[in-house]
Design a protein around this ligand. Structure first.
Ligand code: SF4
Length: 496
């Protein structure tokens, strides 16, 4: 499928993403009326006082055509921003009419963080009902998704208060880039542990140096930065040798944690790594949030996607964690795993309900470029968009029956059925780190291989910086990594 788009460059950002919502994998060419194409789109935006007006025209190879206009009062708006939105909306509505369907419940919200739009509208003084109406009219979002994202944004408001100290409150993420094996769908820095065993000890040594240097930078910052939360993820941190994990946790406690740190998470990406010894180490170090990630409670799927554990491992890890007394336990579940059905999701959620985690992170399967799945997807029995949406609905219903509320969400490219990822929580157990990092509301320092630091400067500009994802490069470039972190932190806390 070849689609040409003829639109001024200034309005072009985002149009291609909207086209791909309807035609994933299509070839999009910049509009030239002479190029042969299955569909030709022509988009113009201009001012006709007092309106900003977007006009679109669609012509297909088969001779079908369509026209559409969308307008917006020009007064008091960010003109460039709104012109781009109108251009995307015209493309969406034209293709919706042409294809007789709406392939994404998120309309033209193709970005990662839909809640940010809601926060902006709430900041501009719109009520929750007005926001939902705007999402439907101006972003083509379905009513249920508008309800979902508005509810989440309202929940988050008090965490994201625009207080002057916002830039002084930071979170820390520590990435451990090893796993027992690599899952079929994985795109994270996760090197099979046994194959890369020689890098474990030097990586941990380097990480301990970075933790110590970061602690020094935080303490010496003139604005007395306060560290709210520590999150150790990866990879699977709990697949380190017990002494190595113990050293990382002890170092985080010694150099990073302060009286202001109210949350300390360790991700047990693979339940079979949560031995009694590892759980004891986490508990003794004061970890208060543990993530036990089954992804599914179907043994045949676990095997098919390359996870080397069973449902019994999940149940055992949960029993150990409960006995140890962690305040909050999270479980991750994925909707849309190869070969899974709606019945499987119903069964998975029934089993999860029995285990009663305080947090549930519900993901939609995304076919990512860096995953094995990307190359095998045509051979895999993938659930349809409708089935995936039904799975999400079952999980949502179950979470709500348990008294959970959705409290953060984000979207990814290439998810089945254009669905989203949602964090659910029992009241009082919400993960601050997830809110801070997903909503980009605070500075989050990323330590370890592949970890990203997000610096929120006082002028509102957000700067991303990544550590090398390969453990050997991370070790080699450690001095540079530490230097960049010190500079980034200074920039983020500088007075404007
Ligand atoms: S457990 Fe997570 S990080 Fe590890 S391979 Fe699987 S998806 Fe990747």
């Amino acid at each position: 499928m070849i689609i040409t788009v003829d639109a001024p460059d200034i309005y072009r950002p985002g149009i291609d993403d909207v086209v791909r919502v309807f035609y994933p994998g299509c070839t999009i060419k910049t509009g030239n009326p002479d190029i042969g194409a299955d569909i030709k789109l022509n988009i113009m935006v201009d001012v006709q006082q007092p309106y900003l007006l977007a006009r679109g025209q669609l012509k297909s190879e088969a001779g079908e055509s369509g026209h559409l206009e969308q307008s917006q009062l020009k007064h008091g708006i960010n003109e460039r921003h709104e012109a781009r939105r109108l251009a995307r909306l015209v493309v969406f509505r034209l293709l919706e009419k042409f294809t007789h369907g709406q392939p994404s419940p998120w309309g033209i919200m193709t970005g990662i963080r839909p809640a940010k739009v809601v926060h902006r509208l709430l900041d501009e003084g719109f009520t929750a009902s007005e926001v939902k109406a705007k999402l439907a009219d101006e972003f083509a979002v379905t009513p249920d998704k508008a309800e979902l994202v508005t509810g989440i944004a309202l929940f988050q408001r008090h965490y994201l208060a625009d207080e002057p100290s916002c830039s002084h409150k930071v979170g820390v993420y520590i990435g451990i880039p090893f796993c027992p094996s690599r899952c079929l769908y994985c795109s994270f820095p996760a090197y099979p542990r046994d194959k890369h065993r020689q890098w474990l000890a030097p990586f941990v040594d380097a990480l301990l140096r970075e933790i110590e240097a970061t602690g020094r930078a935080l303490r010496s910052n003139p604005l007395s930065v306060s560290l709210s939360c520590i999150y150790i993820g990866g990879g699977t941190p709990t697949c380190l040798e017990p002494a190595q994990l113990d050293a990382v946790l002890a170092s985080a406690n010694r150099h990073l944690r302060t009286a202001d740190t109210t949350e300390f998470t360790v991700e047990g990406g693979r339940p079979e790594t949560l031995t009694a010894e590892i759980i004891g180490i986490c508990q003794a170090a004061g970890v208060d949030r543990l993530s036990i990630n089954p992804q599914t409670m179907q043994n045949r799927t676990l095997q098919a996607v390359g996870r080397q554990h069973t449902v019994s491992d999940v149940v055992l890890a949960m029993e150990r964690a409960r006995t140890a007394g962690f305040a909050t336990i999270n479980m991750d579940v994925i909707a849309g795993l190869p070969g899974e059905t709606v019945k499987d999701m119903r069964d998975t959620m029934e089993q999860i309900t029995v285990l009663r985690p305080e947090n549930l992170s519900l993901h939609t399967l995304a076919v990512k470029k860096a995953s094995r799945l990307r190359w095998e997807v045509s051979k895999q029995p993938m659930p349809s968009a409708t089935e995936t949406a039904a799975m999400m609905e079952i999980a949502r219903h179950r979470a709500q029956m348990q008294g959970m509320l959705p409290y953060y969400m984000y979207r990814q490219k290439n998810t089945l059925g254009n669905q989203e990822n949602i964090g659910y929580t029992l009241p009082g157990h919400e993960c601050l780190y997830n809110i801070m990092t997903i909503e980009e509301s605070h500075t989050v320092l990323g330590l370890g291989a592949g970890a990203g630091s997000k610096y929120l400067r006082p002028d509102g500009v957000y700067i991303n910086q990544f550590n090398p994802k390969e453990p050997w490069l991370y070790i080699k470039r450690l001095d540079e990594v530490i230097k960049k972190k010190e500079t980034g932190l200074d920039e983020a806390t500088k007075k404007v």
